[in-house]
Design a protein around this ligand. Structure first.
Ligand code: KG4
Ligand code: ZN
Length: 341
């Protein structure tokens, strides 16, 4: 099966061609630089960029895969959740193409695609879904907009067991970075600075670490960081302590994410842990998850960095599994901006 997939739920315009589980192309046009000067994603600007980028990104994905539209068997697109007008560009573009080509269309849940992304395996000659390795898992989805803990019971069956009650983990990285005067999005910069820092230099709270639920909370950590900077303003002027500050705050976020993920896996007797989303690029999170899983004899499947941030390949890989399982969507299916997982 050969399919063309689209992702436009936030600030990345992406198109990918998937054939029989193999990623033939995955073109991502990121708008990060455009939104950086506003300190966050501006929905109206994102929509205009998607409209501008949709045709060239689609053409590029087909060219790189050396596929013509006549060779496509199906079209897929993110249906939700996400920014409404941004979703509309990808969804309606994909449905129009499916209508013109008389091919099946399938709308995909963005987070379900993230859930599946750790099973994309990168090899010397490309990337493909490692379906034979799939096993039930506890999955941590951590991005700028979401922090979810999910029990994946089988390939297409899952249950959300926890989520953030306020800010997402990535949002916490970004807001703390903003307080330090770091450019948006601050997560990667905090990660980089932390490499030279001492994670025990400052003691920040670990919100909800001992709460019995599988939920998270990061707003209190951000507030506590703000008060800390107000009391110690020279830390921002004299940037010499930035590595220690970053490492300490990163350690607080990572400790909560890792502890609650591992605890859920133990409680539910699940032997595999997966992690995906932009924050899954974080080196401390990757390292600590690996350490914790090794200690408990659990298998860890981290999303490859290339497929951690939003991309159409993960949409297409999941779409193919769903089409094989006889799922499909109507050509007039509407966007689902608040679609629960
Ligand atoms: O999944 P994503 O590309 O977009 C959505 O939010 O859907 O995730 C972006 C988020 C941002 O908050 C960014 O700061 C964070 O992921 N991020 C990181 C790292 N790389 C990206 N956070 C911590 N460490 C990183 N290395
Ligand atoms: Zn995402």
């Amino acid at each position: 099966m050969t399919l063309l997939a689209f992702e436009t739920s936030c600030d990345e315009t992406s198109a990918a061609v998937i054939r029989d589980g193999v990623v033939l192309s995955n073109v991502v046009s990121s708008q990060v630089a455009l939104h950086a000067e506003y300190g966050g994603v501006v929905p109206e600007l994102a929509t205009r960029e998607h409209l501008r980028n949709f045709p060239p990104v689609s053409r590029e994905a087909l060219n790189q895969a050396a596929i013509t539209v006549e060779q496509l068997d199906a079209i897929a697109a993110t249906q939700g959740p996400g920014l409404p007008a941004a979703l509309l560009v990808g969804l309606k573009g994909a449905q129009t193409l499916a209508f013109a080509l008389r091919k099946p269309f399938i709308g995909i849940h963005h987070h379900e695609a993230h859930l599946f992304s750790p099973w994309i395996k990168v090899t010397d000659d490309g990337a493909r879904v490692d379906i034979d390795a799939f096993e039930p898992n506890i999955s941590l989805i951590v991005s700028g907009g979401h922090t979810l803990l999910v029990h994946v019971e089988s390939l297409l069956k899952h249950r959300v067991i926890g989520s953030t009650i306020d800010d997402a983990a990535g949002e916490c990285f970004d807001k703390i970075g903003k307080l330090m005067g770091l450019p948006y999005p601050a997560g990667p910069e905090i990660d980089k600075l932390s490499a030279e820092g001492n994670a025990r230099a400052f003691d920040f709270p670990r919100p909800m670490l001992h709460d019995p639920s599988d939920d998270f909370s990061f707003a209190g950590l951000k507030t506590s960081f703000r008060y800390f900077l107000q009391k110690n303003p020279r830390l921002v002027v004299d940037r010499s302590k930035f590595p220690d500050l970053c490492a300490s705050v990163q350690a607080a976020i990572v400790e909560v994410l890792v502890a609650k993920t591992i605890r859920a896996a133990e409680r539910l007797n699940v032997r595999c842990v997966t992690a995906s989303g932009g924050v899954a690029c974080n080196s401390a999170l990757r390292r600590e998850l690996a350490r914790a899983c090794e200690k408990r004899g659990a298998r860890l499947r981290l999303v490859e960095k290339k497929y951690s941030t939003d991309n159409a390949a993960m949409i297409g890989i999941l779409a193919e599994r769903k089409l094989l399982a006889k799922h499909a969507s109507d050509l007039d299916a509407d966007i689902q901006p608040n679609w629960p997982l």
